[in-house]
Write a protein that binds this ligand. Sequence first.
Ligand SMILES: *Cc1c(COP(=O)(O)O)cnc(C)c1O
Length: 388
Amino acid sequence: MPVREKDDFLVFGSPLVGEEEIAEVEQSLRSGWLGTGPKVARFEKDFAAYAGGEHAAACNSCTAALHLALVALNLKPGDEVITTPLTFCASVNAIIHAGATPVLADVDPVSGNIDPERVREKITDRTRAILPVHYAGRACDMDAVMAIAREHGLRVVEDCAHAIETTYKGRHVGTIGDFGCFSFYVTKNVITGEGGMVLAREQENIARIKVLGLHGMSADAWKRFGDEGYKHYMVVEAGFKYNMMDIQAAIGIHQLARVEENLVRRNEIWAAYDKAFANLPLTLPAPEEPDTRHGRHLYTILVDEDACGVKRDVMLERMTREGIGVGVHYLSIPEHPYYRERFGWNLEDTPEAVRMGRQTLSLPLSAKLADRDVDDVVRAVKHCLGAE
Ligand SMILES: *Cc1c(COP(=O)(O)O)cnc(C)c1O
């Protein structure tokens, strides 16, 4: 008998959506103002206030946010941006679409975050920027990353898709480099369905990103249909269509209001997993680094076949059969044929990311999980390992 029946499948990453979000979306629909408008402006303001007084630009995904931040760096063909091989493909694609060449620096085998020593080894006279990813919600070693950036005159774009609540030495990540990019995709810690946000240290960078994100039209072109009279817009560069809608911001405003409450719940679930799995032959997430706060986005276990007697991919199948949705974050970037063919990357160049990518498995961690769901996940893991 599976832990959960098919009609009771526990969906991985299913978000907690409250009545406030539903009412606010309904209000947007009834108002007739669906597109970019006052709710997006409010969400930007709320998000900037939450993360610590930065300038913010909402957009329709973190992928768009990363692309805009990298375009704003004015990269030229042949310029190199160093990033991690243990990330979602969007981090690398954004570098490519901004016209630069991605370069991979391997991760630390304990944290799963980019290893500053490996970054140093990859620096050439073409290096222009570093794109660290705060993997699973764990802060990267930003002092080391920023020191390298200062030494070599590099820009830093932080991929904070997992890390809305994450802090490093008292500061929210995403406010340490030149840009921080956040995701509100359905499985993330704060959701708008699809959505993203750029934080920038400099107001002029955010102004440019807002222009680039709306066709390259001059500032506040979304107001052209408002009640202040029609305003002509001027196209000042070839931009993109990356703006967030008020319908999305309507969800985000109320999600953000509960962000800390949801983190408290995910901390409980995290602690329950740590306790339940302590004596299993799995590698559990390491404790967070001193003077950081972990954003608790992904609870990742490493399934080493030699220790567990089961391959990770078999474990994925077994968990699914037990009625528990699981994820993989991530098969490392060089495993994908496109990158290998285009950039000639070998798996041996980033062995830690390759190993982790082949062993890692993410368990449900949504604040929506009831205690019974958490118990089911624990029982399923034990079943699949033959431990109970
Ligand atoms: C989810 C994710 C993205 C992309 O976010 P979207 O909002 O879906 O575009 C980028 N980087 C990482 C590390 C992610 O997990």
